[in-house]
Design a protein around this ligand. Structure first.
Ligand code: FES
Length: 101
């Protein structure tokens, strides 16, 4: 079974929600703008939940990973966490390139 977040060229699946459905499922690039990445799947933590904690504690990515484990397992959410910390975004409608471990 593929990981629920697949990133970059050739990605076959992504975690997401079908707008209006209230449910998550794996979606394919064919679903186009329905792609929605909003959490670390490995730790089951939403970015919206993580951001205030990160801001309060003054975490950079390394500190966030050490404190929560998010980004430290499969690492596929790491580029989203990095962008979240830089911009405050917590919902992403694009697949970001995988970062080297
Ligand atoms: S999705 Fe695997 S570490 Fe976040």
């Amino acid at each position: 079974m593929p990981h629920p977040i697949a990133l970059g060229e050739g990605a076959t699946t992504a975690i997401g929600q079908v707008p209006g459905s209230g449910t998550s499922r794996s979606i394919t690039p064919r679903d186009g703008p329905a792609v929605l990445v909003d959490r670390c799947i490995c730790r089951n933590r939403s970015f919206a939940d993580l951001l205030p904690e990160a801001r309060t504690c003054g975490w950079d990515l390394a500190a966030l990973m050490a404190a929560t484990g998010c980004g430290a397992q499969c690492g596929l959410c790491r580029p989203y966490l990095r962008r979240m910390l830089a911009t405050g975004e917590t919902v992403f409608h694009e697949l970001l390139p995988v970062e080297p471990a």
